[in-house]
Design a protein around this ligand. Structure first.
Ligand SMILES: [Zn+2]
Ligand SMILES: [Zn+2]
Length: 182
């Protein structure tokens, strides 16, 4: 019998979470089963120090460090922070998310998952993308690295097309690694 994981979703200044939250919770409870998923709200003022005016974007590595401080007392095995600002990391134009590898905290951005960003308008597609990036970044917190299988959720997404091509759960090999590491 595996220990039940507690995963907390930290919603950073979100206002539109109602349409995806329940779907995401159920999916994470299944992929990381046995797991309980809860949500807390975090003020968007946390992001101020991570803003880079010259790029109009937020540094994801700094955001992770700020979250680590801010959420230190939150009792959870894993925390997945969700923001809708545009994130970047050193050497990359943008990132869909970033995680401690391994660690307790992961971060995803909805900014470039929104179908509107690409001139599309499909709510189900948006929810699927959120599930994939959430599982991907949480997977890193369990020590999973990038998987060569393009259909696996742990495959690296260089663009939204890579995200759309992959499944919302780990391949057999990654599932086994997850079971060993949790
Ligand atoms: Zn990754
Ligand atoms: Zn895999």
């Amino acid at each position: 019998m595996q220990k039940k994981l507690t995963i907390v979703l930290a919603l950073i200044g979100l206002k539109n979470e109602a349409f995806f939250l329940e779907n995401l919770k159920l999916h994470l409870e299944e992929v990381f089963s046995p797991a309980d998923v809860d949500a807390v709200k975090v003020s968007s003022s946390l992001l101020k120090e991570a803003y880079t005016p010259s790029r109009g974007q937020y540094n994801s590595t700094i955001t992770l460090a700020l979250l680590k401080n801010k959420l230190e007392k939150v009792e959870a095995d894993r925390i997945l922070a969700i923001t809708d600002v545009d994130l970047y990391a050193q050497g990359l134009n943008f990132v869909f998310g970033e995680a401690q590898l391994p660690g307790r905290i992961a971060l995803i951005s909805l900014h470039r998952l929104k179908p509107e960003y690409y001139g599309e308008g499909d709510g189900e597609l948006f929810k699927a993308r959120i599930r994939k990036e959430a599982v991907h970044e949480l997977g890193h917190t369990f020590g999973l690295t990038h998987c060569p299988n393009p259909a696996c959720v742990m495959h690296f997404s260089n663009s939204i097309h890579d995200t759309d091509r992959k499944a919302d759960s780990p391949c057999q090999a990654c599932r086994e690694a997850l079971r060993r590491n949790r």
